[in-house]
Design a protein around this ligand. Sequence first.
Ligand code: ADP
Length: 464
Amino acid sequence: MKTLYRQFTVATLFILAISILIGFTIANIFYITVTKEETIEQNVGIAQEIVATVQNVPYSDEGFDGYMQAVAKLGYQIALVDSSGNMKFFGEPFDDTSFPDEAERVLTENGTYTGLDSFTDQIFMIGHFTNELHNTVGVPFERNGENYGLFIRPDTKLLGTDIHSVLIGFVVAIGLVSIIGMIWLARQLTRPIVQLTEATKHIARENYNYPLDIQRNDEIGQLSESFNLMQTQLKQNDLARKSFISNVSHDFQSPLMNIQGYADLLKSPDLPDDDRLAYTSIIDQEAKRLSSLTRQLLLLTSLDQGAYPMKTEEFQLDEQLKAVVRKYRWRLEEQDIHLSYSLAPVLFRGDAELLDNVWDNLLTNAIKYNKPDGNIEIALQSHDDKITVSFKDSGAGIPEHAIPQLFDRFYRGDAARKKDGTGLGLSIVEQIITLHHGHIEVNSNVGEGSEFILTLPHPDMIQT
Ligand code: ADP
Protein backbone atom coordinates (compact mmCIF):
# COMPACT_ATOMS: atom_id res chain seq x y z
CA MET A 1 0.00 0.00 0.00
CA LYS A 2 1.17 3.50 -0.81
CA THR A 3 1.02 5.03 2.66
CA LEU A 4 0.21 8.70 2.99
CA TYR A 5 3.39 9.09 5.04
CA ARG A 6 5.54 7.65 2.24
CA GLN A 7 3.78 9.72 -0.41
CA PHE A 8 4.27 12.88 1.63
CA THR A 9 7.98 12.17 2.19
CA VAL A 10 8.59 11.30 -1.46
CA ALA A 11 6.69 14.42 -2.57
CA THR A 12 8.76 16.56 -0.19
CA LEU A 13 12.06 15.15 -1.45
CA PHE A 14 10.87 15.58 -5.02
CA ILE A 15 9.93 19.23 -4.36
CA LEU A 16 13.34 19.74 -2.73
CA ALA A 17 15.12 18.27 -5.78
CA ILE A 18 13.05 20.40 -8.16
CA SER A 19 13.79 23.55 -6.13
CA ILE A 20 17.53 22.77 -6.17
CA LEU A 21 17.33 22.34 -9.95
CA ILE A 22 15.37 25.56 -10.43
CA GLY A 23 17.66 27.43 -8.02
CA PHE A 24 20.73 26.16 -9.89
CA THR A 25 19.25 27.15 -13.28
CA ILE A 26 18.41 30.67 -12.04
CA ALA A 27 21.91 31.04 -10.55
CA ASN A 28 23.39 29.87 -13.86
CA ILE A 29 21.32 32.30 -15.90
CA PHE A 30 22.44 35.07 -13.54
CA TYR A 31 26.04 33.94 -13.93
CA ILE A 32 25.88 33.87 -17.71
CA THR A 33 24.15 37.23 -18.06
CA VAL A 34 25.85 39.24 -15.30
CA THR A 35 28.59 37.58 -13.28
CA LYS A 36 30.60 36.03 -16.10
CA GLU A 37 31.29 39.33 -17.90
CA GLU A 38 32.10 41.09 -14.64
CA THR A 39 34.52 38.32 -13.67
CA ILE A 40 36.28 38.50 -17.05
CA GLU A 41 36.56 42.30 -16.82
CA GLN A 42 37.83 42.09 -13.27
CA ASN A 43 40.47 39.48 -14.16
CA VAL A 44 41.59 41.39 -17.25
CA GLY A 45 41.86 44.51 -15.08
CA ILE A 46 44.04 42.68 -12.54
CA ALA A 47 46.24 41.19 -15.28
CA GLN A 48 46.71 44.67 -16.77
CA GLU A 49 47.65 46.12 -13.39
CA ILE A 50 50.25 43.38 -12.89
CA VAL A 51 51.62 44.07 -16.36
CA ALA A 52 51.70 47.84 -15.75
CA THR A 53 53.68 47.30 -12.56
CA VAL A 54 56.29 44.99 -14.13
CA GLN A 55 56.68 47.26 -17.13
CA ASN A 56 57.19 50.41 -15.03
CA VAL A 57 59.48 48.90 -12.42
CA PRO A 58 62.77 47.56 -13.85
CA TYR A 59 62.86 44.32 -11.86
CA SER A 60 65.85 42.01 -12.05
CA ASP A 61 64.99 38.44 -13.14
CA GLU A 62 64.86 37.27 -9.47
CA GLY A 63 62.87 40.34 -8.46
CA PHE A 64 60.45 39.71 -11.30
CA ASP A 65 59.93 36.05 -10.31
CA GLY A 66 59.55 37.08 -6.66
CA TYR A 67 56.93 39.62 -7.59
CA MET A 68 55.02 37.04 -9.64
CA GLN A 69 55.17 34.57 -6.76
CA ALA A 70 53.88 37.23 -4.38
CA VAL A 71 50.93 37.93 -6.72
CA ALA A 72 50.25 34.16 -6.99
CA LYS A 73 50.17 33.94 -3.18
CA LEU A 74 47.44 36.55 -3.14
CA GLY A 75 45.25 33.90 -4.82
CA TYR A 76 46.12 33.59 -8.50
CA GLN A 77 47.49 30.95 -10.85
CA ILE A 78 49.84 32.56 -13.34
CA ALA A 79 51.39 31.39 -16.61
CA LEU A 80 54.01 33.43 -18.40
CA VAL A 81 54.54 32.64 -22.08
CA ASP A 82 57.24 34.10 -24.31
CA SER A 83 57.09 34.49 -28.10
CA SER A 84 58.91 31.18 -28.59
CA GLY A 85 56.20 29.36 -26.60
CA ASN A 86 58.23 28.79 -23.40
CA MET A 87 56.03 28.73 -20.32
CA LYS A 88 56.71 29.57 -16.69
CA PHE A 89 54.13 28.97 -13.94
CA PHE A 90 53.51 30.62 -10.59
CA GLY A 91 51.10 29.54 -7.88
CA GLU A 92 49.00 26.34 -7.89
CA PRO A 93 49.74 24.22 -10.97
CA PHE A 94 47.15 23.91 -13.77
CA ASP A 95 45.61 20.48 -14.40
CA ASP A 96 45.95 21.04 -18.12
CA THR A 97 48.70 23.30 -19.44
CA SER A 98 48.02 22.94 -23.20
CA PHE A 99 48.25 26.34 -24.77
CA PRO A 100 44.97 27.30 -26.49
CA ASP A 101 45.18 28.44 -30.14
CA GLU A 102 43.08 31.57 -29.47
CA ALA A 103 45.68 32.65 -26.90
CA GLU A 104 48.31 33.04 -29.67
CA ARG A 105 46.89 36.44 -30.53
CA VAL A 106 48.19 37.83 -27.19
CA LEU A 107 51.73 37.30 -28.49
CA THR A 108 51.18 37.88 -32.19
CA GLU A 109 48.60 40.70 -32.25
CA ASN A 110 49.05 42.24 -28.79
CA GLY A 111 45.42 41.29 -28.14
CA THR A 112 43.60 40.18 -24.98
CA TYR A 113 42.56 36.56 -24.35
CA THR A 114 39.41 35.75 -22.38
CA GLY A 115 39.26 31.97 -21.95
CA LEU A 116 35.90 31.88 -20.08
CA ASP A 117 34.15 33.06 -23.26
CA SER A 118 35.20 29.87 -25.04
CA PHE A 119 33.55 27.60 -22.43
CA THR A 120 30.19 27.69 -24.18
CA ASP A 121 30.09 23.89 -24.46
CA GLN A 122 30.29 23.45 -20.68
CA ILE A 123 27.09 22.80 -18.81
CA PHE A 124 26.11 25.71 -16.68
CA MET A 125 28.81 27.60 -14.82
CA ILE A 126 31.06 24.61 -14.21
CA GLY A 127 33.51 26.04 -16.76
CA HIS A 128 34.18 28.80 -14.26
CA PHE A 129 35.93 26.34 -11.96
CA THR A 130 37.96 24.41 -14.55
CA ASN A 131 41.62 24.43 -13.51
CA GLU A 132 43.15 24.70 -17.01
CA LEU A 133 45.36 27.14 -18.80
CA HIS A 134 42.50 27.39 -21.21
CA ASN A 135 40.44 29.01 -18.45
CA THR A 136 42.49 32.16 -17.97
CA VAL A 137 42.64 35.76 -19.15
CA GLY A 138 45.74 36.77 -21.02
CA VAL A 139 47.31 40.18 -21.66
CA PRO A 140 50.50 41.04 -23.59
CA PHE A 141 53.52 42.88 -22.17
CA GLU A 142 57.03 43.70 -23.10
CA ARG A 143 60.11 43.15 -20.98
CA ASN A 144 63.70 43.69 -21.99
CA GLY A 145 62.55 44.12 -25.60
CA GLU A 146 60.79 40.78 -25.72
CA ASN A 147 57.04 40.08 -26.01
CA TYR A 148 55.30 38.03 -23.35
CA GLY A 149 51.84 36.94 -22.54
CA LEU A 150 50.60 36.96 -18.92
CA PHE A 151 47.81 34.45 -18.30
CA ILE A 152 46.06 34.45 -14.94
CA ARG A 153 43.04 32.98 -13.21
CA PRO A 154 41.91 33.29 -9.59
CA ASP A 155 42.90 30.22 -7.59
CA THR A 156 39.47 28.89 -6.61
CA LYS A 157 40.99 26.77 -3.83
CA LEU A 158 42.58 29.79 -2.22
CA LEU A 159 39.50 31.89 -2.77
CA GLY A 160 37.38 29.45 -0.78
CA THR A 161 37.28 31.55 2.35
CA ASP A 162 35.80 30.96 5.80
CA ILE A 163 32.61 32.71 4.75
CA HIS A 164 32.20 30.14 1.96
CA SER A 165 32.46 27.27 4.46
CA VAL A 166 29.95 29.03 6.71
CA LEU A 167 27.60 29.51 3.75
CA ILE A 168 27.88 25.88 2.66
CA GLY A 169 27.26 24.76 6.26
CA PHE A 170 24.26 27.08 6.38
CA VAL A 171 22.76 25.66 3.17
CA VAL A 172 23.39 22.05 4.25
CA ALA A 173 21.84 22.76 7.66
CA ILE A 174 18.76 24.31 6.03
CA GLY A 175 18.44 21.26 3.76
CA LEU A 176 18.79 18.81 6.62
CA VAL A 177 16.44 20.69 8.95
CA SER A 178 13.84 20.97 6.14
CA ILE A 179 13.99 17.25 5.37
CA ILE A 180 13.78 16.24 9.04
CA GLY A 181 11.00 18.82 9.59
CA MET A 182 8.99 17.53 6.64
CA ILE A 183 9.33 13.93 7.80
CA TRP A 184 8.22 14.95 11.30
CA LEU A 185 5.29 16.93 9.87
CA ALA A 186 4.27 14.00 7.67
CA ARG A 187 4.25 11.78 10.75
CA GLN A 188 2.21 14.36 12.69
CA LEU A 189 -0.35 14.55 9.87
CA THR A 190 -0.67 10.86 9.24
CA ARG A 191 -0.72 9.63 12.86
CA PRO A 192 -4.27 10.90 13.63
CA ILE A 193 -5.48 9.47 10.31
CA VAL A 194 -4.12 6.08 11.34
CA GLN A 195 -5.88 6.50 14.72
CA LEU A 196 -9.13 7.42 12.94
CA THR A 197 -8.87 4.38 10.67
CA GLU A 198 -8.39 2.16 13.72
CA ALA A 199 -11.42 3.77 15.39
CA THR A 200 -13.65 3.21 12.32
CA LYS A 201 -12.67 -0.48 12.40
CA HIS A 202 -13.84 -0.65 16.03
CA ILE A 203 -17.12 1.04 15.10
CA ALA A 204 -17.63 -1.47 12.30
CA ARG A 205 -17.35 -4.15 15.01
CA GLU A 206 -20.03 -2.26 17.04
CA ASN A 207 -17.54 -1.14 19.67
CA TYR A 208 -18.63 2.45 20.33
CA ASN A 209 -16.26 3.00 23.26
CA TYR A 210 -12.97 3.32 21.37
CA PRO A 211 -11.19 6.33 22.89
CA LEU A 212 -10.10 8.75 20.18
CA ASP A 213 -7.98 11.40 21.85
CA ILE A 214 -6.76 13.84 19.20
CA GLN A 215 -6.29 17.31 20.70
CA ARG A 216 -5.70 19.62 17.76
CA ASN A 217 -6.97 23.00 16.69
CA ASP A 218 -7.03 22.29 12.95
CA GLU A 219 -9.24 20.45 10.45
CA ILE A 220 -8.03 17.09 11.76
CA GLY A 221 -9.08 18.19 15.27
CA GLN A 222 -12.53 19.09 13.88
CA LEU A 223 -12.73 15.75 12.10
CA SER A 224 -11.89 13.93 15.32
CA GLU A 225 -14.51 15.98 17.23
CA SER A 226 -17.16 15.09 14.62
CA PHE A 227 -16.03 11.49 14.79
CA ASN A 228 -16.45 11.42 18.58
CA LEU A 229 -19.88 13.03 18.18
CA MET A 230 -20.83 10.41 15.61
CA GLN A 231 -19.55 7.69 17.95
CA THR A 232 -21.75 9.01 20.80
CA GLN A 233 -24.74 9.26 18.47
CA LEU A 234 -24.20 5.72 17.16
CA LYS A 235 -23.87 4.47 20.72
CA GLN A 236 -27.19 6.10 21.64
CA ASN A 237 -28.86 4.73 18.50
CA ASP A 238 -27.53 1.29 19.28
CA LEU A 239 -28.85 1.49 22.84
CA ALA A 240 -32.21 2.80 21.56
CA ARG A 241 -32.38 -0.03 19.00
CA LYS A 242 -31.58 -2.65 21.63
CA SER A 243 -34.06 -1.25 24.13
CA PHE A 244 -36.68 -0.97 21.35
CA ILE A 245 -36.23 -4.65 20.47
CA SER A 246 -36.33 -5.66 24.13
CA ASN A 247 -39.48 -3.52 24.73
CA VAL A 248 -41.22 -4.90 21.65
CA SER A 249 -40.35 -8.48 22.63
CA HIS A 250 -41.55 -7.88 26.18
CA ASP A 251 -44.76 -6.19 25.04
CA PHE A 252 -45.52 -9.12 22.75
CA GLN A 253 -44.45 -11.71 25.25
CA SER A 254 -46.73 -10.75 28.15
CA PRO A 255 -50.09 -10.75 26.26
CA LEU A 256 -49.04 -13.96 24.48
CA MET A 257 -48.28 -15.64 27.81
CA ASN A 258 -51.67 -14.48 29.18
CA ILE A 259 -53.48 -15.81 26.10
CA GLN A 260 -51.62 -19.12 26.39
CA GLY A 261 -52.28 -19.42 30.14
CA TYR A 262 -56.00 -18.61 29.95
CA ALA A 263 -56.45 -20.80 26.86
CA ASP A 264 -55.00 -23.72 28.91
CA LEU A 265 -57.41 -22.98 31.75
CA LEU A 266 -60.32 -22.94 29.30
CA LYS A 267 -59.51 -26.54 28.34
CA SER A 268 -60.72 -27.72 31.75
CA PRO A 269 -64.15 -29.43 31.18
CA ASP A 270 -65.69 -28.54 34.55
CA LEU A 271 -64.92 -24.82 34.53
CA PRO A 272 -67.76 -22.65 35.91
CA ASP A 273 -69.44 -20.47 33.28
CA ASP A 274 -68.48 -17.23 35.05
CA ASP A 275 -64.79 -18.13 34.96
CA ARG A 276 -65.02 -19.23 31.34
CA LEU A 277 -66.53 -15.84 30.46
CA ALA A 278 -63.90 -13.96 32.46
CA TYR A 279 -61.04 -15.92 30.82
CA THR A 280 -62.46 -15.44 27.34
CA SER A 281 -62.76 -11.72 27.92
CA ILE A 282 -59.09 -11.55 29.09
CA ILE A 283 -58.00 -13.45 25.97
CA ASP A 284 -60.08 -11.04 23.88
CA GLN A 285 -58.50 -8.00 25.59
CA GLU A 286 -54.97 -9.34 25.18
CA ALA A 287 -55.58 -10.14 21.49
CA LYS A 288 -56.86 -6.59 20.97
CA ARG A 289 -53.76 -5.25 22.72
CA LEU A 290 -51.52 -7.30 20.46
CA SER A 291 -53.40 -6.10 17.42
CA SER A 292 -53.14 -2.46 18.49
CA LEU A 293 -49.42 -2.91 19.25
CA THR A 294 -48.77 -4.36 15.79
CA ARG A 295 -50.83 -1.63 14.13
CA GLN A 296 -48.91 1.10 16.01
CA LEU A 297 -45.54 -0.51 15.31
CA LEU A 298 -46.34 -0.76 11.62
CA LEU A 299 -47.40 2.88 11.57
CA LEU A 300 -44.25 3.97 13.44
CA THR A 301 -42.01 2.00 11.08
CA SER A 302 -43.61 3.50 8.00
CA LEU A 303 -43.36 7.00 9.53
CA ASP A 304 -39.73 6.32 10.42
CA GLN A 305 -38.75 5.63 6.87
CA GLY A 306 -38.83 9.38 6.32
CA ALA A 307 -40.53 9.11 2.96
CA TYR A 308 -44.00 8.32 4.25
CA PRO A 309 -46.38 8.73 1.29
CA MET A 310 -48.70 11.43 2.64
CA LYS A 311 -52.17 11.22 1.17
CA THR A 312 -52.90 14.93 1.33
CA GLU A 313 -56.52 15.94 0.89
CA GLU A 314 -58.89 18.70 1.97
CA PHE A 315 -61.31 17.88 4.75
CA GLN A 316 -63.29 19.50 7.55
CA LEU A 317 -61.12 19.18 10.61
CA ASP A 318 -64.00 20.01 12.96
CA GLU A 319 -66.07 17.22 11.43
CA GLN A 320 -63.23 14.76 11.86
CA LEU A 321 -62.89 15.67 15.55
CA LYS A 322 -66.65 15.27 16.05
CA ALA A 323 -66.49 11.80 14.46
CA VAL A 324 -63.71 10.75 16.87
CA VAL A 325 -65.80 11.96 19.82
CA ARG A 326 -68.82 10.00 18.51
CA LYS A 327 -66.68 6.88 18.28
CA TYR A 328 -65.82 7.07 22.00
CA ARG A 329 -69.23 8.22 23.26
CA TRP A 330 -69.92 4.81 24.86
CA ARG A 331 -66.60 4.83 26.74
CA LEU A 332 -67.22 8.32 28.02
CA GLU A 333 -70.64 7.31 29.27
CA GLU A 334 -69.25 4.13 30.78
CA GLN A 335 -66.74 6.14 32.82
CA ASP A 336 -69.09 9.04 33.55
CA ILE A 337 -66.79 11.51 31.86
CA HIS A 338 -68.27 14.73 30.68
CA LEU A 339 -66.96 15.93 27.32
CA SER A 340 -67.49 19.37 25.82
CA TYR A 341 -66.06 20.87 22.70
CA SER A 342 -65.83 24.16 20.88
CA LEU A 343 -64.80 23.58 17.27
CA ALA A 344 -64.35 26.38 14.76
CA PRO A 345 -65.16 25.27 11.21
CA VAL A 346 -61.79 24.63 9.55
CA LEU A 347 -61.12 23.22 6.11
CA PHE A 348 -57.75 21.59 6.56
CA ARG A 349 -55.24 20.21 4.07
CA GLY A 350 -53.35 17.15 5.27
CA ASP A 351 -53.39 13.38 5.64
CA ALA A 352 -56.82 12.69 7.18
CA GLU A 353 -56.03 9.07 8.03
CA LEU A 354 -52.85 10.01 9.93
CA LEU A 355 -54.53 12.88 11.78
CA ASP A 356 -57.34 10.55 12.79
CA ASN A 357 -54.68 8.57 14.69
CA VAL A 358 -53.62 11.76 16.50
CA TRP A 359 -57.12 12.64 17.76
CA ASP A 360 -57.76 9.00 18.61
CA ASN A 361 -54.62 8.79 20.75
CA LEU A 362 -55.19 12.11 22.51
CA LEU A 363 -58.82 11.36 23.27
CA THR A 364 -58.22 7.79 24.50
CA ASN A 365 -55.41 9.11 26.75
CA ALA A 366 -57.70 11.85 28.10
CA ILE A 367 -60.29 9.15 28.90
CA LYS A 368 -57.81 6.55 30.15
CA TYR A 369 -55.93 8.85 32.53
CA ASN A 370 -59.04 10.72 33.71
CA LYS A 371 -60.85 10.20 36.98
CA PRO A 372 -64.46 8.95 37.17
CA ASP A 373 -66.90 11.83 36.71
CA GLY A 374 -64.11 13.88 35.17
CA ASN A 375 -64.17 16.39 32.29
CA ILE A 376 -62.64 16.67 28.86
CA GLU A 377 -62.61 19.86 26.77
CA ILE A 378 -61.66 19.86 23.11
CA ALA A 379 -61.10 23.16 21.33
CA LEU A 380 -60.29 23.88 17.69
CA GLN A 381 -59.31 27.49 17.04
CA SER A 382 -58.42 29.20 13.86
CA HIS A 383 -55.89 32.10 14.00
CA ASP A 384 -54.40 34.26 11.25
CA ASP A 385 -51.30 32.17 10.69
CA LYS A 386 -52.03 28.91 12.49
CA ILE A 387 -54.69 26.66 13.91
CA THR A 388 -54.62 25.12 17.37
CA VAL A 389 -56.28 21.98 18.67
CA SER A 390 -56.30 21.35 22.42
CA PHE A 391 -57.34 18.37 24.53
CA LYS A 392 -57.79 19.26 28.19
CA ASP A 393 -58.65 16.70 30.83
CA SER A 394 -59.20 16.69 34.56
CA GLY A 395 -57.17 13.54 35.14
CA ALA A 396 -54.19 12.62 37.29
CA GLY A 397 -51.83 15.02 35.50
CA ILE A 398 -48.23 14.35 34.57
CA PRO A 399 -45.30 15.00 36.94
CA GLU A 400 -42.90 17.65 35.62
CA HIS A 401 -39.94 15.27 35.44
CA ALA A 402 -41.89 12.94 33.12
CA ILE A 403 -42.80 15.58 30.54
CA PRO A 404 -39.49 15.45 28.57
CA GLN A 405 -39.86 11.65 28.14
CA LEU A 406 -43.55 11.71 27.28
CA PHE A 407 -42.98 11.41 23.53
CA ASP A 408 -40.28 8.70 23.79
CA ARG A 409 -41.18 5.31 22.37
CA PHE A 410 -42.45 2.85 24.98
CA TYR A 411 -42.45 5.49 27.70
CA ARG A 412 -45.25 4.80 30.13
CA GLY A 413 -45.85 6.77 33.31
CA ASP A 414 -45.97 4.93 36.64
CA ALA A 415 -49.73 5.39 36.97
CA ALA A 416 -50.24 4.16 33.41
CA ARG A 417 -48.85 0.70 34.09
CA LYS A 418 -52.16 -0.48 35.54
CA LYS A 419 -54.02 0.61 32.39
CA ASP A 420 -53.78 -0.94 28.98
CA GLY A 421 -51.45 0.84 26.58
CA THR A 422 -48.24 0.48 24.65
CA GLY A 423 -46.33 3.69 25.31
CA LEU A 424 -46.22 4.31 21.57
CA GLY A 425 -49.26 6.58 21.18
CA LEU A 426 -47.68 9.96 21.91
CA SER A 427 -44.54 9.22 19.87
CA ILE A 428 -46.82 8.48 16.91
CA VAL A 429 -48.75 11.73 17.59
CA GLU A 430 -45.51 13.73 17.60
CA GLN A 431 -44.27 12.17 14.36
CA ILE A 432 -47.54 12.86 12.55
CA ILE A 433 -47.68 16.46 13.76
CA THR A 434 -44.05 16.99 12.66
CA LEU A 435 -44.93 15.56 9.24
CA HIS A 436 -47.63 18.26 9.05
CA HIS A 437 -45.02 20.91 10.04
CA GLY A 438 -46.69 21.50 13.38
CA HIS A 439 -45.66 21.07 17.02
CA ILE A 440 -47.12 19.89 20.29
CA GLU A 441 -47.00 21.33 23.81
CA VAL A 442 -48.07 19.88 27.14
CA ASN A 443 -49.31 21.78 30.21
CA SER A 444 -50.00 19.65 33.19
CA ASN A 445 -50.53 19.88 36.95
CA VAL A 446 -50.44 16.74 39.04
CA GLY A 447 -53.89 16.09 40.51
CA GLU A 448 -55.56 18.73 38.33
CA GLY A 449 -55.21 17.44 34.78
CA SER A 450 -53.31 17.88 31.56
CA GLU A 451 -53.66 19.87 28.36
CA PHE A 452 -52.13 18.85 25.03
CA ILE A 453 -51.98 21.78 22.59
CA LEU A 454 -51.25 21.13 18.92
CA THR A 455 -50.28 23.93 16.58
CA LEU A 456 -50.53 23.41 12.84
CA PRO A 457 -49.36 25.95 10.29
CA HIS A 458 -51.68 28.15 8.30
CA PRO A 459 -50.33 27.66 4.72
CA ASP A 460 -51.77 24.15 4.43
CA MET A 461 -55.09 25.33 5.70
CA ILE A 462 -58.04 27.01 4.02
CA GLN A 463 -60.58 28.59 6.32
CA THR A 464 -64.28 28.53 5.59
P1 ADP B 1 -49.85 4.78 26.51
O1 ADP B 1 -50.13 3.68 25.60
O2 ADP B 1 -49.19 4.35 27.78
O3 ADP B 1 -51.03 5.66 26.75
P2 ADP B 1 -48.75 7.13 25.25
O4 ADP B 1 -47.55 7.31 24.42
O5 ADP B 1 -50.06 7.52 24.67
O6 ADP B 1 -48.74 5.64 25.74
O7 ADP B 1 -48.54 7.97 26.56
C1 ADP B 1 -47.32 7.86 27.26
C2 ADP B 1 -47.48 8.13 28.72
O8 ADP B 1 -47.87 9.51 28.91
C3 ADP B 1 -48.61 7.37 29.34
O9 ADP B 1 -48.18 6.10 29.76
C4 ADP B 1 -49.02 8.24 30.49
O10 ADP B 1 -48.20 8.01 31.63
C5 ADP B 1 -48.75 9.64 30.01
N1 ADP B 1 -49.95 10.32 29.51
C6 ADP B 1 -50.36 10.46 28.25
N2 ADP B 1 -51.51 11.18 28.16
C7 ADP B 1 -51.84 11.49 29.41
C8 ADP B 1 -52.91 12.24 29.99
N3 ADP B 1 -53.89 12.79 29.27
N4 ADP B 1 -52.93 12.37 31.35
C9 ADP B 1 -51.95 11.82 32.10
N5 ADP B 1 -50.91 11.12 31.63
C10 ADP B 1 -50.85 10.95 30.29
